[in-house]
Design a protein around this ligand. Structure first.
Ligand SMILES: Cc1cc2nc3c(=O)[nH]c(=O)nc-3n(C[C@H](O)[C@H](O)[C@H](O)COP(=O)(O)OP(=O)(O)OC[C@H]3O[C@@H](n4cnc5c(N)ncnc54)[C@H](O)[C@@H]3O)c2cc1C
Length: 494
């Protein structure tokens, strides 16, 4: 199979790249699940940009650098902030609606922002963006989409990318795509942790593939944990927005006592709150309690959270909500320049899998959708210059891979392995890290790696790929954590 631009991933960054690049050539978007399954779909709060007359680019830049503990790439932060209004106007031209009052964007306020600058669509901004972009992509004759296809590895020789190899999960067959340039838009890594707000797709596949191909990866130690996710038996933890705490919700232990020591109590920064809750959870379950507020107010202010909690039998107007901190966002990833170019020729990375450096050591709320938007548009402009290239003739040798049929026992074994990784990462390389625990984590992950190599070397099945990717991403996080000797941003060393 051949295409001009091969795009892997169909969240905001993949779809927006394709829409922009479709002016310059044929795009093929390949995605692991259904087209809209992505972190993007679950984004609640919104997207940050300067639209208020009282706000300024300088102020947004300053807030971003402060949140990132001054470890941000300053040039890229400036680019992101200054391009935000223009790219948002472009988004609106695809039919995306942001809430308005008196004909102007209704700008929300979020933690660590010094001005109102969050554009939102109620509390489901990501779904609005994803759904409208999917629609635009489906109506675009220069873009084709393949769903339920898994990236296996990149076709890279001598640091030049010629396309990629894929597994068609439905027919259980391998095929390759040759392209003038390849774009990784594969999202985050939350699924390597026991508790996460990220959906099943977030296993860092693009990061693994580019690492294996020799690309530079950076800032993997900076994993942001959200302090309040609904703690139920389901794998993915539904995010309970900080707006609840903003409206007076208490964080309490099982005896109903408030225990947050930090001066700002429930309004303390995310990472501090996450650590205090994580520590208290060693004793017993922790809860969020807003039941002292008026029931009608709760239902009208938080309709989505009210409805979702009710599905799990928690009526938040009366009941305490069991919560846990959860892995939420990766600030690092595949190193790129300000056009999304990686250290491998013809290979771009955009969105959460990329590290443009704009988040530094910690992300400012609502800056991640913005990073996807601005840098995927810039990558598409750069990709224009590849459109006159010849599609490479490069035969991939994939005979060494054997498609594996997995027995019930093997399936159980692989899922157990994945659960072990999640526990190791949660307990030893999560919210609070220490050199000793990291050492143990590395040893335990190495054991699991040995196990999978021994049983499944060169064998291909979606569960094997997922497990292998989770192992590599976990190792990258642990190894990067070793190198950082002091707590900074969302990285906390005991
Ligand atoms: C619950 C939640 C709330 C959030 N709220 C906000 C918010 O309010 N504001 C904000 O700015 N950010 C928010 N974020 C973060 C933001 O949503 C993400 O950083 C952003 O959407 C990432 O977009 P992306 O396009 O890079 O990746 P994604 O949207 O995650 O898309 C990744 C795509 O890659 C595909 N893929 C992955 N692996 C493979 C593979 N091996 N082969 C083929 N395809 C693959 C996936 O199927 C998916 O289509 C939130 C995140 C979560 C989880």
């Amino acid at each position: 199979m051949k295409t001009d631009f091969l795009v892997i991933g169909s969240g905001l960054s993949g779809l927006y790249f394709a829409l922009n690049a479709s002016k310059y050539g044929k795009c093929l978007v390949i995605t692991k699940g259904g087209i809209s399954e992505s972190n993007t779909k679950y984004a609640q709060g919104g997207i940050a940009a300067v639209f208020d007359k009282k706000d300024s680019f300088e102020s947004h830049i300053k807030d971003t650098l402060k949140a990132g503990a001054e470890l941000c790439n300053k040039k890229n932060v400036k680019i992101m902030v200054e391009n935000a209004p223009h790219e948002i106007e472009k988004l609106v031209s695809y039919g995306i609606e942001f809430d308005k009052s008196n004909g102007k964007f209704e700008l929300g306020m979020e933690g660590a922002h010094n001005s109102r600058r969050i554009l939102h669509n109620k509390d489901a901004t990501g779904a609005e963006i994803e759904n409208k972009l999917v629609k635009a992509v489906k109506n675009n004759k220069n873009i084709s989409v393949m769903e339920n296809i898994i990236l296996l590895r990149l076709a890279v020789e001598n640091k030049i990318c010629y396309g990629a190899l894929f597994l068609d999960a439905a027919s259980n067959s391998i095929f390759d795509v040759k392209s003038k340039c390849t774009v990784l838009a594969t999202g985050g890594i939350g699924q390597v942790y026991k508790y996460t707000t990220n959906p099943e797709i977030a296993t860092g596949d693009g990061i693994t593939a580019s690492f294996e191909a020799g690309a530079e990866i950076e800032n993997m130690e900076f994993v942001q944990f959200h302090p309040t996710a609904l703690n139920t038996d389901s794998g993915v933890k539904f995010l309970i927005s900080e707006a609840l705490r903003g409206e007076g919700a208490y964080v309490v232990n099982s005896a109903g006592e408030r225990f947050i020591k930090q001066d700002l109590k429930e309004l303390a920064p995310r990472d501090i709150l996450a650590r205090e809750i994580f520590n208290d959870m060693k004793k017993s379950q922790v809860f969020l309690d807003i039941s002292h507020r008026d029931a009608d107010f709760i239902r009208s202010r938080f309709p989505n959270i009210y409805k979702t909690c009710l599905e799990f039998n928690f009526d938040i107007t009366q009941d305490k909500i069991p919560i846990t901190p959860a892995a939420h966002f990766l600030c690092g990833g595949i190193k790129t320049d300000s056009y999304g170019r990686t250290t491998i020729k013809n290979l771009f990375a955009v969105g959460e899998c990329a590290c443009t450096g704009v988040h530094g050591a910690n992300r400012l709320a609502s800056n991640s959708l913005l990073e996807c938007l601005v840098f995927s548009a810039r990558a598409a402009e750069k990709a224009k210059s590849y459109s006159n290239n010849k599609i490479p003739f490069n035969n991939q040798n994939y005979k060494k891979f054997k498609i594996k049929k997995i027995s019930m026992n093997e399936e159980k074994e692989l899922i157990e392995l994945q659960n072990k990784i999640k526990w190791i990462m949660w307990e030893k390389a999560g919210i609070i890290r220490s050199p000793n625990e990291l050492k143990l984590a590395l040893r335990e992950i190495a054991e699991l790696e040995k196990e999978i190599k021994k049983s499944y070397k060169n064998m291909i099945h979606k569960l094997i790929i997922k497990t292998k990717n989770m192992i590599i991403v976990s190792k990258l996080i642990v190894l990067a954590s070793f190198k950082r000797k002091k707590s900074v941003g969302c990285f906390y060393l005991e």
